[in-house]
Design a protein. Structure first.
Length: 114
């Protein structure tokens, strides 16, 4: 199983980015998937989850700004991030939910400047 994140970058506060998570293998269509992030000096935290049926859950700090989605036919998950804030700066990862240690990828860096 391989999960590959992409789409990160440097953006000004108030800007937008869309992250993608491409999954290999058969895990994607049968699992709830999640986006996670780890800011410098902090523990990795859950950002959002989406079930294989499309039900979503968001952490409070991103509600109304981030949208998680998935395309099961393409084995790809997305995170649309709007109204970005400097505190959203982190490395963003995807994994199943609950996480499995062997599924972590390299992540994609998101940096929001003030």
């Amino acid at each position: 199983v391989q999960l590959v994140e992409s789409g990160g970058g440097l953006v000004q506060a108030g800007g937008s980015l869309k992250l993608s998570c491409a999954a290999s293998g058969s895990i994607f269509s049968i699992n709830t998937m999640g986006w996670y992030r780890q800011a410098p000096g902090k523990q990795r935290e859950l950002v959002a989850t989406i079930s294989n049926g499309g039900s979503t859950i968001y952490t409070n700090s991103v509600k109304g700004r981030f949208t998680i989605s998935r395309d099961n036919a393409k084995n790809t998950m997305y995170l649309q991030m709007n109204s970005l804030k400097p505190e959203d700066t982190a490395v963003y990862y995807c994994n199943v939910f609950p996480t499995r240690p062997g599924y972590w990828g390299q992540g994609t860096q998101v940096t929001v400047s003030s």
